[in-house]
Design a protein around this ligand. Sequence first.
Ligand SMILES: [Zn+2]
Length: 255
Amino acid sequence: MTWPSYRNRYLPAFCQAGIEAIPNKASALVIVPTGAIEQHGPQLPVGVDALLGQIYLDLALPRLAAEDPVYVAPPIQAAKSNEHDGFPGTLILHRDSLRQLILAAGRQIAEWGFRRVAVLNTHGGNISVVKSTLRELGLEQGLKVEVLSFPYEADLPEREKLYGIHANEMESSLMYATTPDMVDIAAATCCWIGSLDDPKILKPEFAPATYAWKTLDVSSSGVAGDATVATAEKGRLWADRAGEALAQRLKERVR
Ligand SMILES: [Zn+2]
């Protein structure tokens, strides 16, 4: 078995001497993936966000040159998913636990001699914790820190862009294309939690005033968006573009 596919960059696959011998640690970038284990509607596995981080790395890292100094730390798979409480399969870490996990990883990465940490975050619910914790980590350890969020924004219909925020067309297509055995595409459903001309309190995620929603308040299926139009063809295209976009971002950072 070759697991993960980027084993030559995966730090847990190195022996002690191998980690010590990594050259140019000051300029190397260490990626810490943060995902989530939480309900993703009736059609997708609960591990989508954790899996997508691995899928993006799988697609992006082979596009780097062998000498590009990019490494991957063990992923933080379960995280802050309290907004998905009440559905089977959701695994919730308190925000303080996520903060402690990121700090612990960052402190050890610094201890090993690296100076740059990038969190590849694939779960929107983690963002506020990731950003504040990275600032704290950077100040405490003198590390250069940053967030690598979703690497690529697909060209989606306006309503899907604003309200397709979970188990949506893009996630369903990406998973259907890359891990079809985990997807029950026939169970895909559509749920709009707001409309463009009348958003009420359900404003888009990045609007000036937002509502601290819980999925069960707004969607009994757990889906927010239209997963019924997901296809493997779209997923293959978007997966390829996401891999390329992430590879480009990584190259810009280490070259
Ligand atoms: Zn998701």
